[in-house]
Design a protein around this ligand. Structure first.
Ligand SMILES: Nc1nc2c(c(=O)[nH]1)N=C([C@H](O)[C@H](O)COP(=O)(O)OP(=O)(O)OP(=O)(O)O)CN2
Length: 164
C-alpha cells in the first residue's frame, strides 16, 4: 500500500467520434465559414479506489461518454450564448445570424449548446457536465474531478476539468 498514490480512469475509444459542423468567431470579428470535424473525445475521472479497487467502472464511464457523443453526432452545433451569433427558431427552421451573414438549417439537424463559442474547450465542458450528471449517483461523492478532452483535428485538443 502507498497512501500517496493517486488514481484515475481514462477512456478513449475509437467509437468516441462525433462528426459535426460548426463555425466559431475569433480575434473579435472574424467568423469562420461553416465546416465540419470528426471530433475525438477522451475522458478521465480521478478519485480514490473504492471497494472494488477501482476509481469507477470504466465500462459505465465508457457507456456514458458514448451516449453523449452519439447525441452530438451528425448535427450542426450552434452557440446559445454568443454575443453576436444570434440563433433562433423561425417557422420550424433554425436561423443563425452573424452581422450580414445568415445560415438556415433544418431544426432537427441542429443542436444549440449552452456555450459562447463552439470551441473544442467549450464542447469539452458541455460533455464533462453531461457525463458527470449522468454518472454522479452511480459513481458517488468520493470522485474528485472529471476531465474531458475534445480533439478537433488529429491532435488539437481542447480540455476541460471540472470538480465532481
Ligand atoms: N484552442 C482552440 N483553438 C482553435 C479552435 C478551438 O476550438 N480551440 N478552433 C479553431 C477552428 O474552429 C477550427 O475549426 C480550425 O479547424 P481547421 O480549419 O480544420 O484548422 P486546421 O488548420 O487545423 O485544419 P486544416 O487541416 O487546415 O483544415 C481554431 N483554433
Amino acid at each position: 500500500m502507498d497512501d500517496s498514490a493517486s488514481y484515475r480512469v481514462e477512456v478513449s475509444k475509437e467509437a468516441f467520434v462525433f462528426s459535426a459542423a460548426h463555425f466559431i468567431t475569433f480575434a473579435g470579428d472574424v467568423c469562420e465559414r461553416l465546416h465540419g470535424h470528426n471530433y475525438g473525445v477522451k475522458v478521465a475521472v480521478e478519485g480514490p479506489l473504492d471497494a472494488n479497487r477501482y476509481v469507477v467502472d470504466f465500462i459505465a464511464l465508457r457507456d456514458a461518454v458514448l451516449h453523449e457523443t452519439l447525441q452530438l453526432d451528425h448535427h450542426v452545433l450552434l452557440p446559445r450564448d454568443h454575443a453576436e451569433i444570434k440563433v433562433q427558431e423561425e417557422d420550424g427552421e433554425i436561423v443563425a445570424r452573424f452581422r450580414e451573414r445568415r445560415w438556415v438549417f433544418p431544426k432537427e439537424d441542429c443542436i444549440v449548446l449552452p456555450v459562447i463559442n463552439t470551441t473544442a474547450e467549450e464542447l469539452a465542458r458541455v460533455i464533462a457536465q453531461r457525463v458527470r450528471e449522468q454518472t454522479r449517483s452511480k459513481f458517488g461523492d468520493a470522485i474528485r474531478t472529471i476531465e474531458v478532452g475534445v480533439d478537433e483535428n488529429h491532435g488539437q485538443w481542447g480540455v476541460c476539468r471540472l470538480p465532481w
